[in-house]
Design a protein around this ligand. Structure first.
Ligand code: DX5
Ligand code: ZN
Length: 232
């Protein structure tokens, strides 16, 4: 019954700087200020994924350059060694990969103790079922809707089964859990992800590949909000 339903969390739109000009990251942040909720920062180490992007010094500079909360997505090996450093730099949310961690719950506790939200990411080939029982320890569950490593890939609709499973589990356990989707999120895919139960949406190409990134982000939000309210 409606009165027993938890209030639906606001939609989070998180443009991914991976699709921005890396020599102009502060300008990329400014371009979406006021239109987005988080800035998604893809940290890749050339080991967990073949690609290589950025690390703590750039996150530190970004933190000083923008007031938009930073959503750090660590696609790195050995997150137990590195993740807390991002929290200490002031990242709002720090997400590490389940596939890279021996003890995700311990790391989630360390992240929260260091002052950030704790996020767990599940890559394309990983089932979510093994991690459902850990979700009370996390604020964010990031479900990859591509294979982690590169922007500009095509959205994989089959990944939404994981979103549905996680949302059902979270609702049954009354968990306050952000479910974030990452990869191929655009005007033509965001509604399906929202209907499946996602409430945070990473978009790289769809925002920074657009002539007006803020306008693109607003359009994505409108589509997500419409889909979420119609699936209530
Ligand atoms: C890829 C990254 C994504 C990437 C998404 O591994 O995790 O955040 O930026 O890019 P698009 O939105 O272009 O698929
Ligand atoms: Zn990402």
């Amino acid at each position: 019954m409606a009165q027993f339903q938890a209030a639906q969390a606001d939609t989070v739109i998180a443009p991914s700087l991976l699709a921005a000009d890396f020599a102009r990251l502060a300008e990329a942040a400014d371009a979406v200020e006021g239109a987005v909720d988080w800035l998604h920062v893809d940290v890749m180490d050339n080991h967990f994924v073949p690609n290589l992007t950025l690390g703590p010094p750039i996150v530190k500079s970004l933190k000083a350059a923008t007031d938009i909360p930073l959503d750090c997505h660590l696609m790195i090996e050995d997150p137990a060694r590195w993740a807390v450093g991002y929290a200490e730099l002031g990242a709002y949310n720090v997400t590490f990969h389940a596939e890279a961690s021996d003890d995700p719950v311990a790391l989630a506790k360390d992240l929260r103790a260091a002052g950030s939200k704790a996020g767990l990411a599940i890559d394309r080939d990983t089932a979510v079922e093994d991690y459902l029982d850990l979700l009370p320890e996390f604020d964010t569950l990031l479900i990859m809707t591509i294979k982690a490593g590169f922007g500009g890939q095509q959205f994989l609709p089959a990944m939404l089964d994981k979103v549905r499973a996680a949302r059902t589990h979270a609702a049954a356990g009354h968990l306050e859990l952000r479910i974030e989707v990452d990869g191929g999120i655009a005007d033509d895919t965001i509604a399906a992800a929202a209907e499946a139960g996602a409430d945070a949406f990473v978009a790289g190409t769809a925002v920074y590949g657009a002539a007006d990134p803020a306008d693109a982000a607003r359009r994505l939000r409108a589509r997500a909000d419409a889909a979420r309210s119609s699936s209530l």
